[in-house]
Design a binder for this molecule. Structure first.
Ligand SMILES: *[C@@H]1O[C@H](CO)[C@@H](O)[C@H](O)[C@H]1NC(C)=O
Ligand SMILES: *[C@@H]1O[C@H](CO)[C@@H](O)[C@H](O)[C@H]1NC(C)=O
Ligand SMILES: *[C@@H]1O[C@H](CO)[C@@H](O)[C@H](O)[C@H]1NC(C)=O
Ligand SMILES: *[C@@H]1O[C@H](CO)[C@@H](O)[C@H](O)[C@H]1NC(C)=O
Ligand SMILES: *[C@@H]1O[C@H](CO)[C@@H](O)[C@H](O)[C@H]1NC(C)=O
Ligand SMILES: *[C@@H]1O[C@H](CO)[C@@H](O)[C@H](O)[C@H]1NC(C)=O
Ligand SMILES: *[C@@H]1O[C@H](CO)[C@@H](O)[C@H](O)[C@H]1NC(C)=O
Ligand SMILES: *[C@@H]1O[C@H](CO)[C@@H](O)[C@H](O)[C@H]1NC(C)=O
Ligand SMILES: *[C@@H]1O[C@H](CO)[C@@H](O)[C@H](O)[C@H]1NC(C)=O
Ligand SMILES: *[C@@H]1O[C@H](CO)[C@@H](O)[C@H](O)[C@H]1NC(C)=O
Ligand SMILES: *[C@@H]1O[C@H](CO)[C@@H](O)[C@H](O)[C@H]1NC(C)=O
Ligand SMILES: *[C@@H]1O[C@H](CO)[C@@H](O)[C@H](O)[C@H]1NC(C)=O
Length: 792
């Protein structure tokens, strides 16, 4: 008994020791392998901890061991810039390799075929180029996860990929695949996650029926893959689907009703396709639906009442369709609905009365419909509402009190409705407030003494506001307040308002004069103070505003002469009519373009060469000097010089005509820039235009160049600007399309789409300003053959 016991103990000790010993040896050699890998990788700073004095190698950064041997290497986001070392596969038990988000160069790392235990391979978001190898099926058959997204892999996706039979996840999105993808992918019957999105496949293709065989699929992501045709009925077999994303394609036909029977569906994105018909014809079984985005299609009919069964629904995007009818009142009962975008449809009736009562509503965009009635009383009950965008409808009534005290609000766009009553003064103390666009209503009320700190855009023209002009906020970019009843004087001091681009306060009752300090408004492009009661002279410093292109001071009581410095401006629009200005018109305005600019100023005059052009009287020759000439001299001059004068006159006429022609032409060419913004930002078009230098070019394509511009020398404030030259004669249809599409893009805030901050346009080019994202699908946006989505 005892002996047996000792023997077994002894054998246990021996076997354990030998196991430990062999493990020790293995560890020792693995340590050597790791140091070799480190050195082949160029000793990157991220691998500093890979050294002999920092303990067991299993504790080194990014490593994980099983039974003392390395089984996983996780080095994503480590600034690795050298190729993956060949010796990686000397780690015999390596099963998990994650090197995503580095700058790994070169072609697909075929030597990984030798990592015989590999199950998980992630090389997403690197700098890989070239094709995927046609023998990619030589990757170990143990592979269950393959992610090569966000690289520059190109051409065909190899047929052999369909032989990696154990794959559960295959991510191919965000590359430069421009060939085709093989139907053999449908052989990967274990596949749960499959993405092909954001690839520039050249040949339009239908979704293969065979994909219906991928019955374990939970996620199918085919955004922007040049997919056409109808959604195949075969996909109705994908009953495990949780996430179906087919956006930015040309999928047509009706929206199949079986989609609403996929019981596990969480997310349905079908935006930007050519789907027609009603959104739902059958019943809804996918009661877990969390996000619906079917925007930018041609869907008709009304918004189904049955959406009120979707208790988890958080995001409902139906914008840019042909929906008619009323918004079901029951949507106001959904407990989780936070983001509603129904804009640009034909909806009528009221908003659900209880909207905001039962969910923490965050964003409401229903602009461009035919909605009427009052705003729901409790939109902000969840204390979460950030934007309310309801412009271009027939809404009426007063602002509900709950909205007036909604401290989360950022963006208020109520314009072109029939709202009336006092614009609540409490709104002005909302600290996050960024945009207020409430023009063309019947609001009364006064502005606060000082505009809210964060306010960048205030558009309240065509209302009945009264009181004095407030002190601006430092971030204010646009203040349009024309056609109200403002009185009092303009701010005495403009210092501190560097980013102001437009100041329009025409048709009010403003008195006093314009301060010389206006010259600090270096971003000002539009100044409209027409039809007020301004007195004093035009400050010559206005001529120092570098980007001013629209100046309207007409219909005031301004006096004095027109400052010579004003000639520095090359305004597209200049109106100084109906004042008491006097003296001579500066030389550069003697030109057809300004023939309506100086009318009804009895004391303004010009020389005889331009008086008919400008509709102004000829200035009296100053007699004091001519007095000194004797009448005889004059007589001699007039007789002797008569012929010469006629000669000079003809030449002069020709010259001036040429000059006027030249001027007008150069005036046409003068680039005046118009900015359309879609998001809040901290820069001006001037800063962008300044950055359009050759040294900032990061790429160029058929239609124009792409610039990377860092604003304010701030590395965190970088934008990508695509400049599209449209030439002199942009076809008006093309222009219309471009504008419509840029508008759409600007309004979309989709996770997968790079944010278009603004569009700046001039006569001969368009600038699309995007958020700059390194290694993102932005590349494709910027360089791709545009299917331009988005408006200017
Ligand atoms: C070795 O690794 C340790 C722990 O990470 C680190 O503190 C030390 O600086 C490293 N030594 C060398 C020589 O890199
Ligand atoms: C290491 O592996 C263990 C067991 O497989 C796992 O629980 C742990 O999360 C892993 N740690 C890291 C950092 O990968
Ligand atoms: C490492 O892999 C080999 C076969 O490749 C296997 O025999 C061994 O048990 C594995 N070691 C561990 C600790 O998993
Ligand atoms: C990578 O580089 C960036 C920028 O140089 C730096 O901020 C970051 O800390 C680095 N990350 C690592 C893991 O070294
Ligand atoms: C795999 O390893 C073998 C032997 O070490 C080597 O001959 C072969 O070239 C490697 N294969 C690849 C694809 O690197
Ligand atoms: C990837 O492609 C983009 C655009 O096609 C290009 O700008 C970039 O330089 C490429 N990157 C590499 C590493 O080739
Ligand atoms: C696909 O793109 C590559 C470069 O990324 C290019 O060389 C090739 O010609 C393209 N193929 C086609 C069919 O246009
Ligand atoms: C795959 O799907 C196609 C078309 O839907 C079908 O004809 C074929 O039999 C399926 N193959 C398998 C192996 O199920
Ligand atoms: C859908 O598109 C395909 C391919 O472009 C076309 O052949 C078909 O006629 C279209 N169907 C409908 C209903 O428009
Ligand atoms: C409600 O939405 C939030 C995110 O907006 C989500 O995390 C949560 O799970 C949802 N709750 C329900 C019951 O669906
Ligand atoms: C909506 O909420 C407000 C308070 O937030 C409450 O007074 C009102 O009764 C609620 N309405 C309904 C229908 O629940
Ligand atoms: C401006 O807005 C930001 C968030 O958008 C907020 O954190 C900040 O407090 C606001 N500033 C002021 C002075 O209210």
């Amino acid at each position: 008994m005892r002996t047996q016991h000792y023997l077994s103990l002894l054998s246990f000790i021996i076997s354990t020791t030998s196991m430990l010993f062999s493990a020790y040896c293995q560890q020792d050699s693995e340590t050597q392998i790791l140091l070799q890998i480190k050195s082949e990788w160029g000793n990157p700073p991220a691998l500093d901890s890979w050294n002999l004095s920092s303990g067991n190698h299993c504790s080194w950064l990014g490593l994980n061991c099983t039974g003392g041997v390395v089984t996983s290497v996780r080095l994503s986001n480590q600034n690795l810039t050298q190729p993956i070392p060949d010796s990686m596969c000397l780690l015999k038990n390596l099963s998990y390799l994650d090197l995503a988000n580095n700058e790994l160069p070169g072609s697909f790392p075929k030597f990984l075929y030798n990592c015989s235990s590999l199950q998980h391979l992630n090389i997403a978001q690197n700098l890989f180029v070239g094709t995927l190898p046609t023998d990619i099926d030589k990757l170990p058959s143990s592979l269950t996860y393959l992610d090569v997204s966000g690289n520059n892999f190109t051409e065909e996706i190899p047929v052999s990929i369909g032989r990696l039979a154990n794959l559960k996840e295959l991510h191919l999105d965000g590359n430069l695949f421009n060939g085709t993808y093989p139907v053999e992918i449908a052989n990967l019957v274990n596949l749960e996650y499959f993405s092909l999105a954001w690839n520039p496949f050249l040949k339009p293709a239908r979704i293969p029926d065979e994909f219906g065989n991928l019955t374990k699929l939970k996620s199918l992501w085919l955004t922007q893959t040049n997919t056409i045709g109808e959604i195949p009925f075969a996909l109705s077999k994908l009953t495990e689907l949780e996430h179906l994303d087919l956006g930015w394609n040309q999928i047509n036909g009706t929206l199949p009703s079986w989609i609403w029977s996929l019981e596990k569906l969480n997310i349905l994105y079908l935006f930007s396709n050519d789907l027609t018909g009603e959104i739902i014809t059958g019943t809804i079984r996918c009661i877990n639906l969390f996000e619906i985005d079917v925007s930018l299609n041609k869907l008709t009919g009304s918004i189904p009442e049955s959406f009120s069964n979707l208790k988890h629904l958080s995001v409902l995007f139906l914008y840019y369709n042909l929906f008619t009818g009323e918004i079901p009142a029951s949507l106001g009962l959904l407990p989780n609905l936070t983001d509603i975008r129904l804009f640009n449809n034909n909806l009528i009736g009221q908003l659900p009365e209880t909207l905001g009562n039962f969910s923490k509503l965050w964003n409401l965009e229903v602009n461009d419909n035919r909605l009427s009635g009052q705003l729901p009383a409790h939109l902000c009950s969840g204390n979460n509402l950030v934007s309310i965008v309801v412009f271009n409808n027939n809404f009426a009534g007063e602002i509900p009190p709950s909205l007036a005290n909604c401290n989360t609000l950022n963006d208020i766009q109520l314009y072109n409705n029939r709202f009336y009553g006092e614009f609540p003064s409490s709104i002005w103390s909302i600290t996050n407030l960024n945009t207020i666009m409430i023009h063309d209503n019947e609001f009364t009320g006064m502005l606060p003494k000082r505009l809210p700190w964060n306010l960048t855009r205030l558009e309240i023209h065509n209302n009945h506001f009264t009181g004095e002009i407030p002190t601006f906020s430092e971030r204010l970019q646009v203040f349009k307040g024309s056609n109200n009843n403002f009185y009092g004087e303009l701010p005495e001091n403009f210092i501190g308002f560097r980013v102001l681009q437009e100041l329009s306060l025409g048709s009010n009752k403003i008195i006093g004069s314009i301060s010389q300090s206006i010259q600090v408004l270096k971003s000002l492009t539009t100044l409209n103070l027409s039809s007020n009661k301004l007195t004093g002279s035009i400050p010559d410093s206005i001529g120092l505003l570098p980007v001013l292109t629209t100046l309207d001071l007409s219909n005031n009581e301004l006096s004095g002469s027109i400052p010579q410095d004003l000639s520095n401006l090359k305004p597209n629009f200049l109106n100084l009519s109906a004042n008491n200005l006097s003296g001579v018109i500066p030389q550069s305005f003697k030109n057809q373009a300004y023939n309506q600019s100086f009318l009804s100023n009895p004391d303004l005059c010009t020389d005889s060469n331009s008086n008919t052009i400008l509709n102004l009287p000829v200035c009296n020759p100053t007699l004091s000097s001519s007095n000194k000439l004797s009448r005889e001299l004059i007589a001699i001059f007039s007789t002797l010089g008569f012929v010469i004068l006629i000669g000079i006159g003809i030449v002069g006429f020709l010259l001036i005509r040429a000059q006027i022609k030249g001027k007008t032409a150069s005036y046409d060419h003068e680039t005046s820039w118009k900015l359309t913004s879609f998001h809040k930002f901290d820069f001006t078009e001037y800063q962008i235009i300044e950055g359009l230098k050759e040294e900032n070019v990061i790429g160029s394509g058929g239609t124009g160049k792409v610039y990377k511009i860092s604003l304010n020398n701030d590395e965190d404030q970088i934008v990508a600007v695509k400049r599209i030259f449209v030439g002199h004669k942009m076809d008006s249809n093309l222009e219309k399309n471009f504008n419509a599409e840029v508008n759409i893009l600007g309004q979309i805030r989709h996770a997968n789409i790079v944010k278009l901050l603004c569009c700046i346009s001039s006569m001969d080019s368009k600038l699309l300003v995007y958020e700059f994202m390194e290694n993102s699908s932005l590349d494709r946006w910027l360089y791709g053959k545009e299917r331009m989505h988005g408006s200017c």
